[in-house]
Design a protein around this ligand. Structure first.
Ligand code: AMP
Length: 397
């Protein structure tokens, strides 16, 4: 069966068509600037030139229609007709406490997703728009929702409760949810396969370091803690998000700068992190170049970022009473040997010994620890699309 995976953002949409008979991606695409002037679809197919379609796309339905037309196009497509798409898997950011697993989308699920929008106002609404657009264009095709929060639903209360009045959790669901769950699950299970071990016997710390970044503690195949929280703002410093700060800073900023609540939220989400500290960019590549060129603030931003990741590794080793594997994934984790070295060095007392020569690798599944390192350190490129497609296939079969 062929599964179409859709990941809808507010003005963009990523897609992949995967042949589940061999788990090969037939086509990989991105639609940008949906509803904005300059809409563009880019599709990549192995062995062919990149295909670019620049036409106005007024909304997500328009965008998905162009995706389907492109996939079935006689020249640029990869399938003869839409009938070849057996199911659609949608990435959904927030599944609340109700969804600890992926689910076939029906009316009740749609209602829940709308309810969870209050918990993820930036993310769930575009996911819902994408699902509705697909339902309109492919009314007879089964759809599955795969949640970013689901993998972390195994966290115990002691890990997910905040030190706020308990009623706030009971009445308003204020607790840690965690995100990037599909990625943490994929790389932790893949790590067990690479090491030839059963994931149920392993204590793994997974570091998803991209533009959004989080660390997770995966004990015996289950997430027991993670750095992101009620929203994806908590935890590590990120490209533009501040991560952990003293919550008292928020009212202080509002008072001192006369900022509104929305302005503070905007600063914490879009103007902070390594962008805010460096003043250079939210992209780690730009910051590394600036730091190499002697820019002190760029150096500082990297130091603060690395230090925070290292601290979370320490938290989670303590939480699991040990560690067997430390895993790096996502844009920075997969491609930046310098970042891995800065984070994983001086952790010998935990049994973590990075092999500097092996670590000079980019975007490739590799064990980068020394042969005698008690803790294995790995680079495992994430594949959230494949996880979504696998769950989708399992549910519709
Ligand atoms: P992601 O969100 O997983 O797509 O990761 C995107 C981020 O990964 C970018 O903002 C970059 O900061 C970082 N990144 C990607 N490639 C490299 C690289 N070769 N070196 C350093 N950072 C990289």
């Amino acid at each position: 069966m062929k599964v179409l995976v859709i990941n809808c953002g507010s003005s963009s949409l990523k897609y992949q068509l995967i042949d589940m008979d061999n788990e090969n991606a037939l086509a990989n695409g991105l639609v940008e600037r949906i509803g904005i002037e300059g809409s563009k679809l880019t599709q990549k197919v192995d062995g062919r030139d990149k295909y670019v379609l620049s036409v106005p796309m007024k909304d997500h339905k328009d965008a998905i229609k162009h995706v389907l037309d492109t996939l079935t196009d006689g020249t640029n497509g990869v399938i003869a007709s839409m009938d070849e798409i057996g199911a659609v898997g949608h990435r959904v950011v927030h599944g609340g406490e109700k969804y600890a697993d992926s689910v076939i989308i029906n009316d009740e699920v749609m209602k829940d997703l709308v309810d969870f929008s209050a918990l993820a106002p930036l993310h769930n609404p575009p996911n819902i728009i994408g699902i509705r657009a697909c339902q309109t264009l492919m009314p007879d095709t089964k759809m599955v929702a795969v949640f970013d929060t689901a993998f972390h639903q195994t966290m115990p209360e002691k890990a997910f409760l905040y030190g706020l009045p308990y009623e706030m959790y009971k009445e308003n669901h204020i607790r840690k949810y965690g995100f990037h769950g599909t990625s943490h699950k994929y790389v932790s299970y893949r790590t067990a396969e690479i090491l030839g071990r059963d994931v149920k016997d392993l204590k793994i710390v997974t570091c998803h370091l991209g533009n959004g970044a989080s660390v997770a503690a995966v004990h015996n195949g289950k997430s027991v803690d993670t750095s992101m929280g009620f929203t994806p703002l908590e935890g590590l410093l990120m490209g533009t998000r501040c991560g952990d700060i003293d919550p008292a800073i928020i009212p202080y900023l509002m008072k001192e700068y006369n900022y509104s609540y929305d302005e503070v939220l905007d600063i914490m989400n879009k103007k902070s992190g390594v962008l805010g500290l460096s003043g250079v960019s939210s992209d780690f590549r730009d910051i590394e170049v600036a730091a190499d060129g002697g820019n002190n603030r760029a150096n500082l931003a990297l130091d603060v970022f690395y230090y925070r990741v290292k601290k979370y590794i320490g938290y989670f080793v303590a939480a699991m009473n040990g560690i067997d594997a430390l895993v790096f994934t996502a844009g920075l984790g997969e491609n930046a040997p310098e970042a891995r070295e800065a984070i994983a060095s001086d952790l010998e007392y935990l049994g973590i010994n990075l092999d500097r020569a092996k670590n000079k690798v980019r975007g490739k599944e590799t064990v980068v620890s020394t042969d005698d390192s008690k803790v294995k350190v790995l680079v495992v490129p994430t594949n959230e699309e494949l996880m979504i497609a696998r769950d989708t296939l399992a549910l519709v079969k």
